[in-house]
Design a protein around this ligand. Sequence first.
Ligand code: PMV
Length: 333
Amino acid sequence: MLKTEVVNQIIQNKKNLVNTSASGFAPVNIALCKYWGKRDTELNLPLTDSFSIALPNYGTKTTLSVIDAEQDEIYLNAKQVSNTTSFAERLINYLNLFREPGSALRIITTNDAPVSAGLASSASGFAALVKALNELYAWQLSATQLSILARLGSGSACRSLWDGFVTWQRGEAADGMDSYAIPQPQTWPELRVGLLVFSAAEKPISSRQAMQQTMQTSFLYKDWPEQVAYTMQELQQALPAKDFNKFGDALENNALAMHATAIAARPGIMYHQPKTIEYMHKIWQLRRDGVQVYFTQDAGPNLKLLFLDDSQEIVLRHFPEMKVIQPFPKPFQ
Ligand code: PMV
C-alpha cells in the first residue's frame, strides 16, 4: 500500500488551505526499547513494539507559511537550505503527500538538538511538521491520527506526539492503521536523561538503510523480536515498581543488543567511535563504584545517560559536558 492511500484515508482529501501560516512543536524522544527493523518499508511499519521517553521542551519547532512562489523555501536552524539537499528532498516529498500541486510553502524549522547526531531530530521534526500541517489545513485530527501520519515521515516520529513514556504498538494491519504510539500514564520525577554529544559527524549510514541491511544479512537479527519482548516486559515491571536498576539494566542491554545485530550485518555496521567505547567503560566503572547510571545509543556515536536526581552531581562531575534533562518536570517549577 502507498503512503498517499493512507494519507487520503486520514485527511479525507481536505487539501484546501484554511490558514496562511501555522506552527507546531514536538519533543525529541529517546528509545529505551528500540525500533529496529520494518515489516513494511513504504509505510514504516515496525517488526516489533518499541518504547521511549520524551524530552519535554527539547525538540523541533516548525512554522509553515503559504508563499506565492514556484518552489518551497526551507530554513533549518536559521539558515536557508538548498532544495536539492537530501534533507530538503525528504521534506518536500513528505509535504507533497498532503497538498495540491503548485502550493509552495516557506518552512522554518529549528532544532534544539544537533541534526544527525543520533538525537532523533527526524522524529521531533516530522512530529512537529504534522502538528503544523494539522493547523494549516484545520484537519482537527486526533493525536493518534497524527502519530500515524508522522510515522510515514520517520518511524520513530510517531512516538514524538506526546511527552513522557510512550509505547509504539507495532500493529497487525497491512495499512498500518493500528501502528501508532500510545502515551503511558507512569511518571518518574526523579528520572534524568543526560545527553552526551561528543561527535556531530554525519552518520556513516542512515538508520533506514542500517535496519534493512541488518534484517537481510545479520544472523543475530532472528533473535531481535524475542529480545524486544523481553526488554518490554522488564521495563513494564520496573516502571511501576520504580526499580531503577532493573529499568537501567534492561534499556542498556536493549541498546547493546540492537548494535550487536548491526555489527553482525554484512558488511558490518558500527556506529561506535573510540569515545563511545571509552565512555561506556567509564559508565561501567562508575556502576562498579556504586553509581547507578546507564546508557543508551541510537544510530550514531553519541550516548544518552539515564540516572536519578541523587546521582546527578557525581555523574556530571565525570561528564561535565553533559546536558541534563528532566523528563517529568514538576509543575510550576
Ligand atoms: O525513525 P528512524 O527511521 O530514524 O529510526 C530510528 C531508529 C533508532 O533511533 C535507532 C531506534 C528508535 O527506536 O528510535
